[in-house]
Ligand binder design. Sequence first.
Ligand code: NDP
Length: 330
Amino acid sequence: MEENQYTANSKRYENSSLIYRRCGHSGILLPKVSLGLWQNFGSTSPFDKSRQILHTAFDNGITHFDLANNYGPPYGTAEETFGTIMERDFRPYRDEMFISTKAGYDMWEGPYGNWGSRKYLIASLDQSLKRMKLDYVDLFYTHRYDPHTPLEETLQAIVDIVRAGKALYAGISRWPLEALKFAYDYLRERDVPLLIYQGRLNLLDRAPQEEGILDFCRQKGVGFISFSPLAQGLLTERYLNDIPQDSRMKENRTLTADRLTPELIRYLHTVKSIADSRGENMAQTALAWILEQEGVTSTLVGASSAKQLMNNLCCINSASFSEEHLNILG
Ligand code: NDP
């Protein structure tokens, strides 16, 4: 028998009435806290730690795992890590999981490894499926808006991917409102309804609300999932006093120290005082705030340890915010 064989926690769905929300007007329920594999799952991260985070997620009712072709680092290796764990541990549970991947950023050299062409999207998903050792993904996203490829070409590729059974549902990430409206109509007319929009919404970034994206999704019955809900860790206690050695900011890749302006630090202390008065830590309060915004289906957290993930899960039990706290948070 293989060493460390994985058996999922038999109590993983006990809290399910609290954990899941319906994704727009669809048959799919998603956990309020989903797990993203952008960072901490590439080949540069310790495999056993990544594996432990994935086990902890599934053992606690997190059924949605979000990937992309370029997650790592290096690119592709988060999907490979996930594929190894799929093969070793998760295969018996595949039908209990909702797995997404995306294509849209620079993935391979030459003119066909980037953006939104049919050639790129279809080839990229085939590569992702191989890395993840899957026959299909549950959800395939175009990862970003491509101003140069006709939207019809990108969207028809998605329709054909779904019709070919390589993805069960269609998603869109980071498209501007007008393009989103076009996509919604195009996909609906072809009976491949848009399941979900993935955008950055957190206490420090309200763009999907300000631009009308969240409202549009809510009105049309499209789900919304918020990425980087903790602003890559800013909305936790991690940076209140200094920059910890083992932090994402110390890596200086996607989160840099110039974010820590005096104004931001003041706001973070405000969030901290509200979290204290709610008997929570900052991550819980920041996630609870997102889940209270109308139209939000799920938050897509990252975590560099199983402990962080467990802490983030506590937000599913958070109380509603008082008017006073909402006003202070802005
Ligand atoms: P978060 O905002 O949740 O940031 C995660 C980081 O915050 C962790 O790596 C950790 O930092 C810190 N953290 C998390 N929980 C805690 C805690 N309880 N206490 C203290 N620190 C904590 O999310 P990400 O930026 O990682 O993004 C999440 C997912 O969103 C991605 O994996 C991806 O799936 C998706 N995404 C999608 C994008 C898109 O274009 N569609 C773009 C970006 C992300 P540390 O490592 O320092 O410990």
